[in-house]
Design a protein around this ligand. Structure first.
Ligand SMILES: *[C@@H]1O[C@H](CO)[C@@H](O)[C@H](O)[C@H]1NC(C)=O
Ligand SMILES: *[C@@H]1O[C@H](CO)[C@@H](O)[C@H](O)[C@H]1NC(C)=O
Ligand SMILES: *[C@@H]1O[C@H](CO)[C@@H](O)[C@H](O)[C@H]1NC(C)=O
Ligand SMILES: *[C@@H]1O[C@H](CO)[C@@H](O)[C@H](O)[C@H]1NC(C)=O
Ligand SMILES: *[C@@H]1O[C@H](CO)[C@@H](O)[C@H](O)[C@H]1NC(C)=O
Ligand SMILES: *[C@@H]1O[C@H](CO)[C@@H](O)[C@H](O)[C@H]1NC(C)=O
Ligand SMILES: *[C@@H]1O[C@H](CO)[C@@H](O)[C@H](O)[C@H]1NC(C)=O
Ligand SMILES: *[C@@H]1O[C@H](CO)[C@@H](O)[C@H](O)[C@H]1NC(C)=O
Length: 462
């Protein structure tokens, strides 16, 4: 599949070619796809880069917490995220013959979509690409298996649960009505396009009639489509009837290199096997809130405690579990870089952290530049030591973070806590805590859909 793609001179190509290392087949029920970072740090200056990641983590958190209700014609319930180039991507191949493109891995949304057509418009993507021509698009014309999704195709109802197809009687052959155009709002921008039924080629499986979005425009986007790995009916794992999926997130030290780890999709009997050394915590039931169908997409987990330096941070219970209005609780999100916390929770965690640190000097200039805090000057200290940070989950699973997963270098001899507090006083709805990918570097992370549990263990991913 993937290896057949040819090169052109676009700057994306280097990255793409690195992605195209042929995934290997381990067994008929296991599909392995390489994971890479998205290309190019848009801000070469380290402060700017951290600030960028901090900003995008926050923007994404606001989006996940307050998914915008969609306009009347397009009653799509799944949201999309604000861009975070701190994300990870996978290559997927669609069409006949296959066209391979990079996709951001996103557990916070359902629809999988690609930049589509020769005239794909990527507005405000210029911060990291010179022009839209550099964004690789899928060309439906060049695929013999590409078909507009018919309104009567049951897959249309995966995106539009309440769809009526006027003039289309079930079983009537002359109905040419198509599944409606989609517009996914997110953060400051959106993407829109038409839905296709297309063939998806996985390393050892060919999946015909896969529902995929053909976006003809997007704004404020990464140079890639989205692979929606959420819990909804249109998501990639749901469409493939996958029993579990897992990934290992390569350390950010390998940003912009050709190293990759893997996304593994498991079906059939192999899903019964327990991964050695892994700790599990049950998924928490998603809050069902009218108008906030997006909450049904997220992976909620039961974070019961956070300890800093071994001491329990006294987080009010209302933050730890979602209430009827969908306020509170913790989700795991592959598209958020820095773990995000509601203001009160962050103040408690950061406060405990600051209290335990003696002898290092806070550097407010760097905090202002990076939008992270606290930041400490560790100049002259050979091996700086920081209080431990541990997430404790229901069922006893503990995530004791390695220091590099919560302290990031910000320039010369300065380290900052990479957990982001909200800057708005109260955001009434949505999860209070969003566990981001920076905190899960070098973790094997497993979404066990069959057994409704989330698993993790530390593992070198490279
Ligand atoms: C982050 O957001 C702040 C405030 O909105 C802005 O001043 C700063 O330039 C942003 N940083 C980056 C790298 O975009
Ligand atoms: C593009 O970015 C500029 C500056 O950030 C903003 O004013 C404008 O609204 C954006 N355009 C779109 C279509 O998002
Ligand atoms: C944009 O193009 C110019 C000239 O071709 C190049 O010097 C510059 O590095 C490019 N910028 C990005 C972000 O690729
Ligand atoms: C794609 O289809 C359009 C209209 O059907 C046609 O005008 C165009 O030439 C086609 N492009 C390619 C590359 O086949
Ligand atoms: C479809 O065919 C039926 C008769 O079989 C006809 O009554 C109806 O008007 C047709 N609908 C369209 C949209 O052509
Ligand atoms: C990956 O990069 C390393 C060094 O940066 C190089 O030696 C190696 O050949 C590259 N591998 C591939 C497959 O491009
Ligand atoms: C949910 O929201 C409604 C209306 O905003 C409010 O009256 C109610 O107290 C909230 N319930 C909870 C459990 O927070
Ligand atoms: C850190 O401390 C050293 C020694 O006191 C000082 O020279 C350096 O300028 C400080 N760095 C920053 C970023 O404040």
């Amino acid at each position: 599949m993937a290896s057949s793609s040819s090169s052109s001179s676009s700057s994306l190509l280097l990255f793409l070619s690195l992605l195209l290392l042929l995934p290997y087949i381990t067994s008929s029920n296991i599909i392995t796809i390489p994971i890479s970072h998205l290309p190019k740090n848009p801000h070469p200056d380290p402060y700017q880069h951290l600030s960028y990641l901090a900003n995008s983590s926050l923007k994404r958190a606001h989006h996940l917490k307050n998914p915008q209700t969609t306009p009347p014609h397009t009653n799509i319930k799944t949201p999309l995220f604000s861009n975070s180039y701190g994300g990870y991507s996978i290559p997927l191949s669609f069409g006949t013959p296959p066209q391979t493109l990079p996709f951001m891995m996103d557990t916070g949304s359902d629809l999988t979509w690609f930049p589509c057509g020769k005239n794909y418009q990527c507005i405000n993507c210029s911060t990291y690409l010179n022009n839209t021509a550099e964004v690789k698009s899928f060309i439906p014309n060049l695929s013999s298996s590409s078909e507009p999704l018919a309104c009567l195709n049951p897959k249309c109802a995966m995106v539009y649960p309440k769809i009526h197809c006027p003039d289309c009687k079930l079983g009537s052959k002359n109905c040419t009505r198509r599944c409606p155009w989609y517009t996914y709002p997110y953060g400051s921008g959106d993407t829109s396009g038409s839905l296709l039924s297309e063939t998806l080629h996985l390393p050892n499986r060919r999946v015909p009639d896969f529902l995929v979005g053909c976006s003809i425009r997007a704004s404020d986007q990464p140079a890639a489509g989205i692979a929606g790995l959420g819990r909804g009916p249109a998501s990639l794992p749901t469409q493939l009837a996958v029993k579990k999926f897992s990934y290992c997130l390569l350390s950010r030290l390998f940003d912009d290199t050709n190293k990759s780890s893997s996304l593994v999709l498991v079906g059939g009997k192999d899903s019964v096997k327990k991964t050695k050394g892994i700790s599990y915590t049950p998924f928490v039931k998603n809050p069902e809130v009218p108008g906030k169908g997006a909450f049904l997409t997220y992976y909620y987990v039961g974070l019961s405690r956070i300890t800093v330096g071994g001491r329990r941070v006294k987080i009010p219970y209302r933050y730890l579990r979602p209430d009827k209005n969908g306020s509170g609780g913790t989700i795991v999100d592959s598209g958020t870089t820095f773990t995000h916390m509601a203001p009160e929770v962050f103040e408690l965690v950061a406060g405990e952290f600051e209290k335990l640190i003696k002898g290092y000097k806070r550097v407010e200039e760097v905090e202002a530049l990076t939008r992270l805090r606290p930041c400490y000057n560790v100049s002259g200290i050979e091996t700086p030591m920081f209080p431990s940070v541990t997430f404790h989950f229901k069922g006893g699973a503990e995530m004791a973070l390695p220091e590099e997963n919560y302290m990031a270098p910000a320039g010369w001899k300065v380290l900052c806590l990479t957990i982001r507090g909200d800057n708005l006083p109260v955001i009434s709805s949505g999860p209070s805590i969003i566990l981001g990918s920076f905190q899960m570097q070098n973790y094997h992370v497993e979404y066990d859909l069959q057994n409704e549990r989330f698993g993790f263990k530390q593992q070198q991913c490279n």
